[in-house]
Unconditional design. Structure first.
Lengths: 328, 761
């Protein structure tokens, strides 16, 4: 770990300005991801701006009937909030399926969204990795890529975004509020926050340097039953092989609407819009779920070790949709 | 839940201290954080070291630029092969004798050669850990990289036969004519299994604080076997043994990865010498993967043949294992198969493929852990082919004596373990047709496997003293690696001397104490315990001699050999006296005595009897029919392991072992990248061990047993028995649940998925 200077931000604007002022500065929130990366010198900020004490830790009702979640709300608190549990149960399920109790107690909403990939080659400075070091190559492409992406990847990078929370939020059409160094704010649909790797895997989001997330707004809960299903190699404390967040709204035996997001398959939470379109108006049947799952993975490409993710994602989606449709 | 069918008061126990489930004596210290582990020791002026590892797996250091690191704040020393104190060369890949593996010099920063990925190439020592770590990042190294070999399956054709396996067993065993028997048999199984690289990953990393006082070196470290560390440090630094003291009172797990000294110990000693100040170094979790041993990847072919009644006519177990190109390690993977089942024609072989990686080391249950994982699955495959219940198949092949050595068993309760287990587990509920038991969207399966593990005794000596207040102190260089050594040794001394356990203080983990074989190979309790027992016997004799002859003795002149020590009293014939009172009167300075035990292999009893512990594992699992996720539901182990000294610590050992079985069956695997030669998933986020949620209800039952051939207590080793066969029981349950036989461990869901039928919703 390289030495760094540290300051505690007094306000969101000041924090944004402090980071913007130095190209080698970074925000630190819970630090559960950033510190690990700094110890291994994968991240080498020379200056840290601590935003963990900013008063952004509230969960408030919005006029529209949704919730506004401050960037500093801890993962544990968000999962336990009674309003989240009753109105956005799949967000609670996703949060509780992530990391460990200790990490969730420290991890923040914004840090969770912006956590970096767990690609093991990214984590080893001796290995070629375009994300860590532009133009050095991608060791995972021909290497051990069991955890890697099957959708939206490029020859430059096949890493996945590891967050569970973000997948549920994607299914809920969350919106990300940011503040820029000049004090301007903007709102970004969660689907637009993360970028696919293309030729520039080191650029992971649309945020500019110094732009800070202040809140995540959840629109009013969509009608239908919500289910988050995470598939992993052990019962707890493992990243998703694949995960599916599904909301199915039924009318009689037919599906009125469906929302589906997938995790563990791409560099961002992956909305399965084509599958959603197919399900709208269809009979709630095994056949419809199977077809939707096929459609969701239609463009998927495996890289060897991770080929299994394609059938796994389909199977998981099929039964998650069925579970969401069960008593919806 | 644990049950022991061993009665609390067994034959020679008067006080009933042995066999009782005492809590761990070191428990309160550990809960309070008062047990000081190696890295927590502080000495005035301690400096902190940080190791920089090689970025390539094979080649040489062409250039190493340490200038910037040397200029960094608070840096005291940057050590590389250019300025490290002279050390002996590493020496040959195979040492002339088995024990030398433990004691050989293990030089570090001794050469420009890089032998494996992440091998230390530099050490930075600074005033703080942070400063050392930051400076290590400033060192620039250029390597001349050379192509290396990192791929076992691709080089099986180049395998060689080592001279012996670990622990000195024969490389091959051949009895009868296996090939002909196999060719002629009506029923056979020929199955090849793969087991991956695995890492011990004890909670406490390898860590050392080294300090010189004049020419005496004191090493606080985390060691299972102090004598090995002492010898390796002495030979690496070329100083006499007597000048090295090793201290290791508390160890946060070892599992075999702390039997020999590693780079943290050697480099701390060297840096402390150069700087003339105490130096502290720990391996990082990531560094432990390359620098602290592993279980090697293996390919195992098991061939079994029977007559139509399921009686084995042939057993063959062939093992190809990865080893290191510069230091051989051959796990004794097929050795257990020489003792487990009867068959007239038998063949076991070990072959090695040298790779450019660090040496494999002893990892909990070396041999049985990977070997039984394969072999006991093959037995399950055979049972199915025969249409026999797996337990019945094993009963039909129960040998009357050790099938290869031709000597009787000291005790062997395998059949009783299986039968008792079947009854308790509800084995009759198992549906023998695979893939046919469903609950909701879960496929349910039952599996079982046998367990066998040799009983080793290592040479050990103990010293015991009693003072004028009746307080007993036992000292030996034994270690407690979290297993309960402090507790059972206390029980043994209390039992022997007939005093309450509160009168006993056991001191371990200091090389100034008499030498033992330490903790490893499940020999600790029996070896150190026997030595202590003998020391107590000698102590009692001293006390009795003095009691009869001393002027001040109330028992003076008691002309009898009928003596007993019980309830704090010494009884001689009809007369008795309080032990403490007696000592105070006749020996104001107290008494002291030593006792020893010889290495098992050298004893007559070991030559005349086949000595093993046995057991039977049972597992019930559920497989999600949609995702293929495998989750344990319950496990049972029934063990016949001699007399149980303390059912509580014994149960902990067994359930820990069973948890290792779950890990081996379902998740533990380190991936060696065949292009770069590094372990890819080298941290605990990516190397999965079972977490609480993976470990189900576990039941452990000990059958009543007393092995009078083993040692004075009739006890046998149990630290590793719980692992043996546990993973195979899980794997067999998966097959029973799904009808899919995965022969490549660990059984992760991706391997099940292609053959897992899609079930209608
Ligand atoms: C062993 C382990 C297992 C885990 N398992 C899972 C899992 O199963 N599922 C899962 O989803 N997660 C998992 N995690 C990841 C965990 O969720 C993240 O580490 C955590 O959410 C990060 O939050 P933080 O507040 O600590 O972020 P930090 O580490 O503080 O920050 C992460 C990044 O976000 C940036 N950042 C933070 N806040 C802002 C802001 N407001 N504006 C702009 N930039 C910001 C920081 O600069 C940094 O780059 C695991 C982590 C570990 C260590
Ligand atoms: S997948 Fe992406 S993060 Fe991983 S090595 Fe390739 S470029 Fe780096």
């Amino acid at each position: 770990m390289q030495s760094f200077t540290y300051e505690r931000a007094a306000s969101a604007e000041q924090a944004a300005a402090a980071v913007a002022a130095r190209p080698d500065a970074k925000f630190i929130s819970g630090g559960t991801n950033l510190l690990d990366l700094m110890k291994l010198e994968i991240e080498r900020p020379a200056h840290l701006v601590d935003i963990s004490r900013l008063p952004l830790d509230r969960i408030e009702e919005t006029a529209a009937g949704g919730l506004r979640v401050g960037a500093q709300v801890r993962n544990s608190d968000l999962a336990a909030d009674p309003r989240v549990r009753s109105r956005y149960p799949m967000l609670t399920q996703a949060l509780l399926a992530g990391a460990s109790g200790q990490i969730r107690n420290k991890a923040s909403t914004s840090g969770n969204l912006l956590q970096r990939t767990r690609c093991p080659y990214f984590y080893d400075r001796n290995m070629p990795c375009n994300k860590r070091e532009q133009g050095s190559g991608c060791a995972a492409l021909q290497g051990f890529n069991r955890m890697h992406a099957v959708l939206g990847a490029s020859q430059a990078c096949i890493a996945v975004h590891p967050s569970d929370m973000a997948v549920a939020m994607a299914g809920l059409d969350a919106r990300i509020e940011t503040i820029s160094p000049g004090g301007e704010t903007r709102t970004i649909p969660i689907g637009d926050l993360h970028r696919l790797p293309e030729a520039t895997p080191h650029v992971e989001t649309v945020l500019s340097h110094g732009e800070m997330i202040v809140a995540v707004t959840l629109p009013p809960p969509p009608p239908g039953r919500q289910v988050y299903r995470k598939v992993r190699d052990r019962a707890s404390y493992a990243f998703a092989l694949v995960s599916v967040a599904a909301i199915v709204e039924k009318s009689g035996d037919r599906i009125r609407s469906a929302r589906i997001a997938m995790g563990g398959v791409a560099a961002k939470p992956w909305r399965a819009t084509e599958a959603e379109r197919m399900l709208a108006g269809a009979a709630a049947s095994d056949g419809a779920f199977t077809d939707a799952a096929e459609a969701a993975l239609a463009g998927a490409v495996g890289h060897g070790d991770n080929d299994f993710k394609i059938p796994l994602a389909k199977r998981t989606m099929r039964h998650t949709l069925a579970a969401a449709a069960e008593s919806a | 839940m644990t049950e022991t069918k061993t009665s609390n008061r067994s034959r020679e126990t008067r006080s009933g201290v042995i066999g009782r489930p005492f809590d761990r004596i070191d428990g309160p210290l550990k809960v309070r954080g008062d047990a000081t582990y190696a890295y927590e020791n502080t000495l005035e002026g301690t400096a902190f070291g940080y190791i920089l590892g090689a970025a390539v797996a094979k080649g040489r250091i062409a250039e190493i630029d340490t200038a910037e690191a040397e200029r960094a704040p608070a840096v005291l020393l940057v050590m590389t092969h250019r300025n490290a104190p002279a050390q002996p060369d590493f020496g040959p890949a195979v040492m002339p004798t088995v024990p030398e593996v433990f004691t050989r010099a293990r030089p570090a920063l001794n050469s420009e050669r890089v032998r494996y990925y992440d091998e230390p190439v530099a050490l930075v020592v600074a005033e703080t850990f942070e400063a050392a770590r930051a400076a290590a990042g400033l060192i620039k190294v250029r390597y001349d990289e050379e192509p290396g070999l990192y791929d076992l399956p691709g080089h099986v054709a180049d395998a060689y036969a080592p001279k012996r396996t670990n622990a000195g067993f024969e490389t091959d065993s051949v009895i009868g004519d296996f090939e002909s028997a196999f060719a002629a048999a009506p029923v056979k199984v020929d199955a090849t299994y793969r087991t991956p690289f695995e890492h011990h990953n004890p909670m406490e990393p390898h860590a050392t604080l080294a300090a010189w006082l004049g020419n005496e070196l004191t090493i606080h470290t985390s060691a299972q076997t102090l004598a090995n560390f002492r010898a390796a440090v002495a030979s690496t630094l070329r100083i006499p043994l007597e000048r090295v003291r090793i201290i290791s009172p508390f160890i946060g797990g070892g599992f075999g990865s702390k039997l020999i000294a590693h780079a943290d110990t050697i480099l701390a000693a060297l840096a402390a010498q150069v700087l003339q100040r105490p130096v502290k170094i720990a391996l990082t979790r990531q560094q432990m993967f390359a620098n602290a041993g592993h279980r090697a990847e293996m390919i195992q072919q098991v061939r079994l043949s029977t007559d139509t009644d399921g009686r084995l006519t042939g057993i063959a177990h062939d093992v190809w294992s990865a080893t290191s190109s510069f230091e051989e390690y051959c796990e004794q993977t097929a050795v257990f198969a020489r003792s487990l089942y009867a068959a007239p024609n038998r063949l076991t072989r070990h072959r090695l493929v040298p790779l450019d990686i660090n040496r494999g080391e002893w990892m909990r249950s070396p041999g049985e852990a990977p070997g039984m994982l394969a072999f006991e699955c093959a037995m399950d495959e055979l049972a199915e082919r025969l249409g026999l219940d797996p337990i019945e198949l094993r009963i039909r092949n129960e040998p009357a004596q050790d099938p290869e050595r031709g000597v009787p068993f000291s005790t062997r309760n395998l059949v009783a373990c299986m039968e008792e287990g079947a009854r308790r587990f509800g084995w009759q509920r198992r549906n023998p047709t695979p893939g046919s038991a469903r609950e909701g969207r879960n496929l349910i399966g039952y599996g079982m496997a046998a367990a066998i593990r040799p009983n080793y005794i290592g040479a050990a000596t103990a010293r015991v003293a009693i003072d004028r207040d009746g307080r007993v102190t036992a000292r030996l260089d034994m270690t407690d690696i979290g297993t309960g050594s402090y507790t059972i040794l206390t029980q043994i001394a209390a039992d022997s001397l007939g005093v309450p356990i509160s009168s006993i203080k056991v001191e371990l983990g200091d090389s100034r104490f008499p030498r033992t074989a330490g903790s490893g190979g499940s020999w600790g309790a029996a070896s150190a315990g026997s030595a202590l027992h003998n020391a107590c016997t000698a102590l009692k004799q001293r006390i009795l001699d003095a009691a009869q002859s001393s002027e001040a003795s109330p028992l003076r002149g008691a002309n009898t050999t009928e003596a007993s020590f019980a309830d704090g009293e010494v009884r001689l014939g009809q007369r008795s006296a309080s032990l403490a009172d007696l000592v105070r009167r006749i020996a104001p300075d107290g008494f002291e005595a030593e006792g020893s035990v010889a290495a098992g292999a050298a004893t007559q009893s070991y030559k005349a009897f086949s000595q093993h512990s046995y057991g039977a594992h049972f597992a019930e699992i559920a497989v999600d029919c949609d995702t293929g996720e495998i989750r344990m539901r319950r496990m049972l182990a029934v063990m016949g392991a001699g007399r149980i000294l303390n059912p509580k610590t014994a149960r902990s050992q067994i359930i820990g072992g069973m948890t290792w079985g779950i890990g081996a069956a379902l998740m533990e695997q380190t991936v060696l990248d065949p292009r770069y030669g590094h372990f890819v998933n080298h941290d605990l986020a990516e190397y999965h061990v079972p977490v609480n949620g993976d470990v189900p209800q576990m039941e452990v039952v000990f059958l009543e047993e007393h092995d009078d051939k083993a040692n004075p207590f009739g006890a046998k080793g149990i630290g590793e028995l719980g692992v043996c066969g546990a993973g195979a029981a899980v794997a067999n349950a998966i097959y029973n649940a799904t009808g899919v036989r995965v022969r490549e461990f660990p059984i992760t869901l991706d391997k099940l998925l292609p053959d897992l039928p899609v079930i209608a919703i």
